[in-house]
Design a protein around this ligand. Structure first.
Ligand code: FMN
Length: 174
């Protein structure tokens, strides 16, 4: 069976923590961890099953981010390949209290970039499960990936990850 890649960044923060939980839930031996920091399109092309881990730490554009340099560097690579036939899913870290009007926006930015390049996403979750005002990550009442809030709802993370892994399991076939 081909390995599932978790492309994640930045290192050592909440995304990294949740990426480890996702890896453990799937089974370490089935997963390849790929920090986006030094990854390129060639790394993306190696895998048919990819889970992306991202946080929202900036404003409207990737280039406005000042904290998430890993993703700002990697985003241009995303558009250099086609995702037709690949299994894709995204989890995204955010803070639904302080940033209720831009909650996990970068799930939306990344999802739209993938979809513009032929990708379809597994693992959408109902927006009704979360409290927030606005998010660019919502389409037709669903988040385009799994939002996780380690700042204000860390106690919900394990359950969220567990349920989400069960949701995407049939699609990814792990
Ligand atoms: C400067 C800054 C801006 C942020 N902007 C947003 C935001 O617009 N929307 C959101 O949902 N969370 C926002 N957050 C919260 C982060 O996404 C959250 O703390 C996340 O867990 C960070 O994960 P990381 O340390 O792995 O990057 C922001 C955090 C910081 C420090």
């Amino acid at each position: 069976m081909s390995k599932i890649a978790i492309f994640f960044g930045p290192l050592k923060g909440a995304v990294n923590r949740v990426a480890d939980k996702v890896k453990d839930a799937i089974g370490e031996e089935k997963v390849e961890m790929v920090p986006v920091k030094d990854a390129t399109v060639a790394d993306l092309e190696k895998y048919d099953k990819i889970i992306f881990g991202i946080s929202t730490v900036g404003k409207e554009t990737w280039h406005a981010t000042y904290n998430n340099v890993d993703w700002a560097k990697f985003l241009p690579e995303i558009g250099k390949t086609n995702y037709e036939g690949k299994k894709l899913a995204i989890f995204g870290l955010g803070d639904h209290v302080t940033y209720a009007a831009t909650f996990v926006d970068h799930i939306g930015l990344l999802a739209k970039e993938l979809m513009a390049n032929g990708g379809t996403l597994a693992g959408k979750v109902p927006a009704d499960d979360y409290e927030f005002d606005e998010s660019e990550a919502v389409e037709d009442g669903k988040f385009l990936g799994l939002p996780v809030d380690e700042d204000f709802e860390p106690e919900l993370t394990d359950e969220r990850v567990k349920n989400w892994i069960e949701q995407i399991r049939p699609e990814f076939g792990f």
